[in-house]
Ligand binder design. Structure first.
Ligand code: SF4
Length: 301
């Protein structure tokens, strides 16, 4: 008999037998699933249909550590009480969850670095030297982040907030790193980018490319998720590049949101038709399934 946990996993991540026909129940997709499929359908199959374990990745573990650290930091501390620019905390607002106000404290850089240490995960790194290199880079990023944040402390309304909504016969789900309430009352969706890319990792979107934010599919999905969940239209969406300590923001246009429907529809119908061909590309050397991929092996011959 299947466990409740395995039922839930199947519901969210699918499985060969459980790939739903559109008339049965929605196909559940996240941004990661959609982008994995777009990058390589075979990789999607390995990862989400067959659920094969992939090789641990230092980039993935590093990203998780940074995300968890920032979540814990903003959940437990109120930077507005730390800021040299605002000696008085903002009075209780209407949008902040009650728990936020009960647990918020002013925060020091040491608090942030302590959380970084607590959240550090050693798995995934090739050796001690590589782990230390990542650790130092994370510390540098968080120090810069802290210095910027105390000068402009906004109220994070939600952290790692999950959402789900329907597009056609698909259920889209995801988690938004952070939603801020700005001083003018507008909401801002923020996605942290902790990437520590190697120069030779060509094919990834260019770092700090202003066009990227404009076209960013992930942020359009999050925009729609926020709108559906909270019935609140975000004023802007932002990518926070922690490596450069820079945030790039943009608004969403109706045509970008229509693109989301088109892309989701295309990917979903190809998944339902079980089109899982290999799509070799510049990211193959970093694919966690390359060792079992016939296309990759062939390219080495
Ligand atoms: S190695 Fe390349 S072709 Fe093979 S599954 Fe991974 S991304 Fe696809």
């Amino acid at each position: 008999m299947k466990s409740k946990q395995s039922d839930l996993f199947e519901h969210f991540f699918g499985g060969e037998k459980s790939l739903p026909k559109s008339e049965e129940r929605p196909l559940v997709l996240s941004y990661s699933q959609i982008s994995t499929y777009q990058q390589c359908p075979l990789r999607y199959k390995f990862q989400y249909i067959e659920r094969r374990p992939s090789k641990p990745s230092p980039h993935l573990d590093f990203g998780n550590t940074i995300h968890n650290t920032l979540k814990d930091f903003h959940q437990n501390f109120d930077l507005r009480k730390t800021s040299p620019l605002r000696s008085n905390p903002t009075p209780k607002g209407t949008d902040a969850p009650d728990e936020y106000w009960e647990t918020s404290n002013g925060a020091s850089l040491e608090d942030l670095l302590d959380l970084y240490e607590k959240n550090w995960v050693s798995e995934g790194y090739e050796n001690r030297e590589q782990e230390e290199e990542f650790r130092r880079e994370g510390e540098r990023m968080l120090k810069n982040y802290y210095q910027t944040a105390i000068k402009n402390p906004n109220l994070p309304l939600y952290l790692e907030e999950s959402f789900k909504f329907r597009i056609g016969d698909c259920e889209i789900w995801g988690k938004i790193d952070r939603i801020d309430r700005l001083p003018d009352g507008e909401w801002e969706i923020i996605d942290y980018k902790a990437g520590k890319r190697k120069i030779e990792q060509v094919g990834l979107e260019a770092d700090l490319n202003p066009l990227e934010i404009d076209e960013n599919f992930q942020l359009s999905l999050y925009y729609l998720g926020c709108k559906e969940k909270f019935k609140k239209v975000p004023g802007k969406v932002s990518l926070y590049y922690l490596k450069y300590n820079q945030k790039i923001s943009a608004a969403r246009r109706p045509e970008q949101l229509r693109d989301v429907e088109r892309i989701v529809g295309q990917v979903a119908s190809q998944i339902r038709e079980k089109k899982f061909e290999a799509k070799k590309g510049p990211l193959c050397p970093w694919c966690g399934h390359k060792e079992i991929c016939p296309a990759f092996k062939e390219s080495l011959l």
